[in-house]
Design a protein. Sequence first.
Length: 394
Amino acid sequence: MPPAGQALSGFLRLCGTRVFEKRLTELGRRTQSGALQGRAAQQRHALEFALARVADPRTPNRASLAERRIGDFARGVTALATSLPPIARRRLKDQVEAALQGEATLVPLFHLVRTAALHKARGFTVRFCGLLDEAPFDLTIARDGVEAEIACETISAEEGRPLHKGDWYALVDRINPELQTWLAAHPGRYLLKMTLPEGVSSGQQLAELHRRISDLLQAEKRQDHSAGAVLKLDPLVLAGAQAAPGLSAQLRAQFGREAHLAVTTSAEGRGVFVMAARAGREDEISAAVCRRMAMAAPTRLSGRKPGILAMFLDDLDRAEWRALRSTLELEGAARRFLTDPAARPLVAITCASRMELYGLAEPDSAPGGELRFRNPLHPAAKNAALAAAVTSSV
């Protein structure tokens, strides 16, 4: 085993080697579930796949920067486990095992370790109170006689999407074989535009949408209207539109960053079928983050010390994360929330994503590794000892 793999052996023992191997086998099956669903599974569980790659003796010295960083966080978890007393170590092990089940991921645990490391680098003493004392908050940080509590929260961007990406991927994978057959009999270029006023919120609605698309194609209809969805099939008219990367960029420019897009090409290359779907309302990712903060602030923090909510926004791609920051949408929502009575325990909010976790460069990631929003209404907001933790970086 290469040195990197040896360094990860402690983390694999903490997981349970057989448990981790079983998890990788399960995730491997998911990646074969469909073209888009498989790709989504690879992205969502990138941490597990990266750890397997770093620890694999057949791939020494070929890990990417992101994979090396993930390995560093895994070693951080191992070091934390070694430093804890037996009861707290058992709690940590339980969290690791839970992160390797079902739809869970290692992201919340690595977010915790990364948050602690950031504050240590800023000169704070960090205590893992959630593990040591079963406190509702995760960490306390101390510097120059001043302490603050930190609650680490992870929220999926799907909570703010009327049409979940996961549901869209499932629909596209399900309908794609039918589109291949249809294109073979109807060579050409087509665009199916779908407007979903209330989005899709259940498997039954997804199945109904699939049925309606199939019926429209079989009947060779141009339109299908109902309260739940409006379908319109037209020729695809884009300058130079081909089944190539350039087509995706053109479609994104035409339909916007919130549209769900899929391109199917016929096996013979004689047909292109594009599906573009939009919900009847805009994505509300920032609003979903604020709803989670409103729930967490009074329940995860004691209120006896200045509190910090360390928010991790998962299931975002680079373009979405950059847009949330460049448009100041997330900043505006966070600052408005800080004026809410529910935010009284908070001296600051921080926000990060996988882009910071993976160590991507700006502008894909936020300067300083996270966004920081100070609460000017909190009595401790101007305390010099907390300045390194609460000074806004935007």
